[in-house]
Design a protein around this ligand. Structure first.
Ligand code: NAG
Ligand code: NAG
Ligand code: NAG
Ligand code: NAG
Ligand code: NAG
Ligand code: NAG
Ligand code: NAG
Ligand code: NAG
Ligand code: NAG
Length: 436
């Protein structure tokens, strides 16, 4: 083939590729006039406001807002203009790792300190004797909520929610909301508690709570499946941040000098390599001298637990949140609380790109029951390990029977549910191979 033919073939290929891409590509459309304006694009309007009268002072911050985006390699985000601009206003963590693949176990781990062997995005629930950071926060009366974009109503229990496509009214309705990105609904200790479930809120509630000046102190934000880059691209997510996050950064009701905003990704896109994700510490609580700086300490999603524990001198969950290797406290917070981080040499970095099945209560292939946490563990907050009602402390990790392959028995772990029968708030166990 001559050079000319080769070039035109390549050009033809490139242009047809671009054309195919252009037809399929979704373009960011703002769901509302602004992040603090309620919209019918979010299905139901807010009809209540949280009441959070007192602020519990932390050592380094009084509020933490986590915003989770999806499936992007570190370099991809690091070379996208909006993220580059944001990095100048905050501290970039260059060695912050997800803890496994795929999405759901990472979200579950960030709330409860473990992913319990989960290695898929199926529909699960976790029994009420398993504690989360919510228990630790409530012990100190620290207010909290999650805001889930396009979740249709407060405390919605379903597997997903499909709404009219607000970005393109001639396109089919779109599954904007997914339960797998809403860890609070998965833990029974939150979703099956009548008071707590009210704090699993919509984006319209976010607007209402901010306008009313009642945004809680611990906040977990999940953008919808297009805005978080899951079904789209990093540029699409960047446009979402320009629409949603940028105006909030200058709004004192959200970001004041005691606010920490953690912008992170659930996992790396390429699972054959390590699982480092682009993570930024933003907000008034990040010391000005660190703006534009990089921090190479080994952090993971468990660090978001240990950092919160250290900041408010909380108890711990006695799970991976107390495993020093994987739960370093954000350095500028550790400095203020006196917590000593561990240095993990690069050649000893744990494998965070798991694909093999590890035993746990949330895997059908190697099922073992839920064990009690390590009751002797010492977390970054210095407080005791939290014990929920119904926890049998005699069931320890060491006392568990060997893993069982439930699939070979034509069954699944008892904690998996069938998404097909799932609509209301009632738990329907999934007991056959027809799951989820
Ligand atoms: C819904 O989103 C679309 C797309 O941005 C926008 O044109 C429309 O005004 C929005 N509707 C409302 C009620 O905000
Ligand atoms: C407001 O209340 C109604 C009725 O209880 C409910 O259907 C609706 O979804 C609520 N709005 C939110 C944001 O939950
Ligand atoms: C909107 O959706 C329709 C139907 O899928 C599609 O043909 C059209 O190209 C879309 N418009 C844009 C701007 O993407
Ligand atoms: C995890 O990443 C390492 C490189 O750091 C690679 O050697 C290994 O094959 C990866 N494992 C999986 C399961 O992708
Ligand atoms: C995934 O994580 C590694 C670090 O372990 C990082 O170097 C890389 O940029 C990320 N993405 C890809 C495609 O490797
Ligand atoms: C702590 O984390 C490391 C790295 O993932 C792991 O090898 C070790 O088994 C963990 N320790 C405990 C007690 O879970
Ligand atoms: C937690 O509760 C579940 C459901 O009742 C039970 O199967 C499990 O054994 C309990 N685990 C512990 C450690 O108490
Ligand atoms: C599982 O189902 C298959 C197909 O229906 C059947 O052949 C097999 O005997 C069943 N195994 C058990 C352990 O029930
Ligand atoms: C308790 C309270 O102040 N509620 C107000 C919150 O804001 C909405 C408007 O978004 C008002 O209607 C509520 O009265």
């Amino acid at each position: 083939m001559s050079l000319a033919t080769l070039t035109s073939a390549a050009l033809l290929f490139a242009s047809s590729f671009r054309l195919a891409g252009a037809v399929a590509a979704q373009v960011f459309e703002p769901p509302s006039k602004g992040p603090l304006v309620q919209t019918s694009n979010y299905t139901s309007f807010s009809n209540n406001t949280l009441h959070n009268p007192r602020i519990v002072k932390g050592k380094a911050f009084d509020r933490i807002i986590q915003v989770w985006l999806e499936n992007t390699d570190f370099e991809t985000a690091a070379t996208t203009p909006v993220f580059e601009e944001l990095a100048k206003q905050g501290l970039l963590f260059t060695n912050y790792n997800s803890v496994t693949h795929p999405s759901e176990p990472n979200y579950v781990a960030a709330l409860g300190g473990d992913f319990f062997g989960m290695h898929d995005d199926n529909m699960y629930h976790i029994p009420s004797n398993i504690s989360t950071v919510i228990d630790l926060l409530e012990e100190k009366r620290i207010s909290w909520a999650t805001y889930q974009e396009n979740m249709p109503e407060d405390g919605y229990y379903g597997f997903s929610f499909t709404a009219p496509n607000y970005g393109n009214s001639s396109a089919a309705p779109y599954p904007y909301y997914m339960r797998k990105h809403n860890p609070l609904i998965i833990y029974d200790s939150v979703s099956q508690d009548a008071a707590r479930v009210k704090n699993i809120r919509t984006f319209n509630d976010f607007a209402n709570d901010v306008v009313n000046g009642t945004l809680p102190q611990w906040v977990f934000v999940t953008p919808n499946m297009v805005n978080d880059a899951h079904d789209t691209t990093i540029d699409f997510a960047a446009s979402f941040l320009e629409y949603w996050l940028l105006p909030l950064l200058t709004d004192k009701r959200v970001n004041c000098d005691r606010t920490l905003i953690l912008l992170t990704f659930d996992e790396n896109e390429s699972s054959v390599i390590e699982n480092t994700v682009f993570t930024l510490a933003l907000g008034g609580a990040v010391p000005k001298k660190l703006h534009g700086a990089k921090d190479n300490t080994l952090y993971t999603h468990y660090s978001s637990l240990s950092t919160v524990q250290a900041n408010w001198a909380l108890g711990s969950l006695g799970r991976q949140d107390t495993n020093a290797t994987v739960s370093n406290v954000f350095s500028f917070v550790a400095e203020k609380t006196g917590y000593k981080n561990v240095h993990v040499p690069a050649n000893q970095t744990p494998q965070f790109n798991l694909s093999a099945v590890v035993p746990g209560a949330l895997t059908s292939a190697k099922f073992i029951p839920f064990a009690a946490p390590n009751l002797r563990a010492k977390g970054a907050g210095g407080g005791p390990v939290f014990l929920r009602p119904g926890l049998d402390r005699r069931i320890t990790a060491a006392s568990l029977p060997p893993p069982v392959n439930m699939l070979a028995l034509n069954s699944t772990t008892p904690w998996q549910m069938s998404s097909r029968t799932m609509s209301g708030k009632q738990i329907i166990p999934c007991a056959s191979s027809a799951c989820p």
